[in-house]
Design a protein around this ligand. Structure first.
Ligand code: ATP
Length: 205
């Protein structure tokens, strides 16, 4: 398994959001996280990515195999598209910048400062980062937000190639990606019960 979680409880703002989540992600597999707004998908992804501690449970994965792409994609506005990708390639000791540019049709924008990109173009650049990162496990939070139909298809193709190459992904999304390899995890049933009021004072009844 590339990533495994057992009996995980995750919190946001100090409040338990999900509890008892277990999952296992093998090479070549994708797991799609479902659940209504506020259910805890982002919180679960951030916890799996090691960006925040779990309240309970265990996460097993190899160091340096994960890359997380969330709503803020770490783009440096003053750098061009190509410079952003080269910067990430150097950070991750990775990857083929030209392949990333091709995969998201970024060539016409390659020399433009990222600050001057549209929301969807920025998102394409943020997703291209995953290609240069060359990490096995992608943790993706709403990757298709702002993408048009064509760019969504580019993303689906890149994700399929990643899985075919032995990678894996957990993707929180509200849209249908058309992936045969995907399983679905609905987080709603794992909603945490309200925190116990253990400092409740009966004298006030
Ligand atoms: N910064 C914050 N501080 C405190 N609580 C937060 C914060 N951000 C989100 N929450 C709460 O944490 C819970 C889980 O939110 P989370 O973002 O993980 O949900 P989600 O399933 O990803 O939602 P969406 O589909 O809207 O993106 C929600 O109840 C939300 O209101």
């Amino acid at each position: 398994m590339l990533l495994k979680a057992e009996n995980l409880s995750v919190t946001r703002g100090g409040i338990a959001v999900l509890e008892g989540v277990s999952l296992a992600l093998a090479s070549g597999r994708a797991l799609v996280l479902r659940g209504p707004n506020g259910a805890g998908k982002t919180t679960l992804l951030r916890t799996l990515a090691g960006l925040q501690p779990a309240l309970k449970g265990r996460i097993e994965g190899e160091e340096g195999t994960l890359v997380y792409a969330g709503h803020a994609d770490g783009i440096k506005g003053a750098l061009t598209v190509r410079e952003n990708l080269s910067f990430w390639a150097s950070i991750f000791a990775g990857g083929d910048v030209d392949a990333a540019i091709d995969a998201y049709a970024l060539a016409p924008l390659a020399d433009r400062p990222a600050a001057a990109l549209s929301a969807g173009q920025k998102r394409r650049l943020g997703l291209a980062r995953l290609i240069v990162a060359r990490r096995a496990v992608w943790l993706l939070d709403e990757p298709t937000v702002s993408l048009d139909r064509e760019a969504t298809a580019m993303f689906a193709a890149v994700l399929r190639a990643h899985l075919a190459g032995g990678g894996a992904a957990i993707v929180a999304t509200h849209i249908e990606l058309g992936l045969d390899e995907a399983e679905t995890l609905d987080v709603a049933p794992f909603k945490a019960r309200a925190a116990a009021l253990d400092d409740f004072d009966e004298a006030f009844l």
